[in-house]
Design a binder for this molecule. Sequence first.
Ligand code: SF4
Length: 249
Amino acid sequence: MTGTLVVNEIYLSLQGESTFAGLPCIFIRLTACDLRCSYCDTAYAFTEGKKKSLAEILAEVKRLAAPFQIGNRQSAIGISSLPLVELTGGEPLLQKNSLPLMKQLCDDGFTVLIETSGAHDIATMDPRVHRIMDLKCPSSGEAERNLYANLECLKATDEVKFVIGTREDYEWAKTQIAAHKLASICPLLFSWVHPLTPEQQNPVLKKVPAGLAPMTRTELAEKIIADALPVRFQIQQHKIIWPPEQRGV
Ligand code: SF4
């Protein structure tokens, strides 16, 4: 394989979010993002990174995956192989070579996930990839960047994530689900905004727009139940297991 990507980090951990939460996962964090969400916990990936060839990245993934090769069939949980491999960032779709990398990972038998902001065309990637796409809520400060054309190509293997920090976010998310009939398409994730630690705060991030009412995770959980919403509540497991600002987990 030819081509390069600018990579922030590659590591093996547990998937902390989505319907795949709790499963072993190799994360390939790519450098750069064109959004500046108010709650972003990976601002270090905006600029930090090293250029690596696709061959080097694949070799590192296979090295990390090697201990899992014995008894790798995981039919009981419906996943053909573990660990999972997730491209994340930053925004992985800003680098066009993320596309051939994902294709090759699928060809090599990996279950491939991508976390994307929803601000870029998701139609171009290999159809075997599980696309976990944000719809940015008002408190992110980036809601105007949502590319609504992406909703047209969602399928059952994708997941739409709403990161919710305020009551306005919650109501906005509810409206989007109804307006676009999202519950009939794919799993929907309601992720509570974990407050940033001092180490994670970065002056380049957008401010939460004035006048929004913060929502605790208990409030969020109870609202979902009270409103009988067909969504999956999630908290970021890795921030419960390890210190929230720890990298590489
Ligand atoms: S899209 Fe993701 S990586 Fe980019 S600023 Fe928002 S939260 Fe951070």
